[in-house]
Design a protein around this ligand. Structure first.
Ligand code: ATP
Ligand code: MG
Length: 269
């Protein structure tokens, strides 16, 4: 039985986005903690639909959706007590290869679940990957996702955060190959892992402000970003498999789940 918004006490704001506001809330009767996302606008319906359809330990769980008299939509979600991978980046966390393998494996399990259900996330980035204190990582924020209906429903519209967009989203003729949108999520995953390792967004120097034209040129015309010296061959290869500019050469989520880099997750620290 889902908790209705009137059963919930708002404790604090967890974050604001384009879509709306996320609160930390307490269920009055059980004292359980949840996250409540209150959104307005029409993107909401897709997000609701996706959260309702998905049931995976690697995708944030939704306990209920309510329409408020104001027309706003409130979604009760499981609370992730460590924030997002972006929160950890801002706290200057350092991510060892082993930690990254653990993070990568979870995101890939989430992506392979979504892709198998014909859902393209389209906005994979550190601030949309929730974390809890058990170091569980879950995919969230389906505000710009797409449910693929039938064959080639191209989805190269400008949605999501441009910085994490793959070359074929800017230039499908050159990099689109066998175009399906799923590979775009893998590019964004590769950039995200590289950012966690480097501590800054790969196409920019630390502190450098993004300039969209330069960034887009770097993504489309430059070499893909890569790891510095000193990392393992497995890690280097894994990032290369994600950051192939030609989308058809990029590995799929289920292929990457068998990449040797993920074996590092099993070894002890
Ligand atoms: P953005 O435009 O920054 O991506 P958004 O409107 O798309 O934001 P979300 O990404 O869903 O909204 O949430 C905004 C922020 O709220 C997140 O970056 C995170 O810090 C926090 N948040 C969202 N959901 C949860 C949750 N289930 N548990 C804990 N914190 C959450
Ligand atoms: Mg978000």
């Amino acid at each position: 039985p889902a908790a209705a918004p009137s059963d919930l006490d708002r404790l604090q704001v967890l974050g604001h986005g384009n879509g709306g506001t996320v609160y930390k809330v307490r269920h009055k009767r059980t004292d359980k903690i949840f996250a409540l996302k209150v959104v307005h606008g029409d993107q909401v319906f897709r997000e609701m639909e996706i959260l309702r359809r998905t049931d995976s330990p690697f995708v944030v769980q939704c306990h209920g959706v309510f329409e408020k008299p104001s027309g706003d939509i409130a979604m009760v979600m499981e609370y992730m007590d460590a924030g997002t991978l972006d929160t950890l980046l801002q706290k200057k966390w350092t991510f060892s290869e082993q930690k990254l393998a653990h993070i990568a494996a979870q995101i890939l399990k989430g992506l392979s679940y979504l892709h198998a259900h014909k859902i393209i996330h389209r906005d994979i980035k550190p601030s949309n990957l929730l974390v809890n204190s058990h170091m569980q990582v879950k995919i969230s924020d389906f505000g710009v996702s797409k449910i693929m209906c039938r064959s080639l429903d191209a989805c190269n519209s400008y949605v999501g955060t441009c910085a994490y967009m793959s070359p074929e989203r800017f230039d499908p003729e050159t990099y689109g190959g066998n175009y399906n949108g799923y590979a775009g999520d893998i590019w964004s995953l590769g950039l995200t892992l590289l950012e966690l390792y480097l501590g800054h967004f790969p196409f920019l120097q630390p502190g450098q402000r993004p300039d969209w034209a330069t960034l887009m040129c770097a993504i489309c015309f430059g070499d893909p970003p890569s790891l510095p010296d000193g990392v393992s061959e497995e890690f280097r290869s894994f990032i290369e498999c994600c950051l192939q500019k030609e989308s058809s050469k990029r590995w799929t989520a289920s292929q990457l789940l068998n990449h040797p880099f993920l074996g590092k997750d099993l070894r002890s620290e």
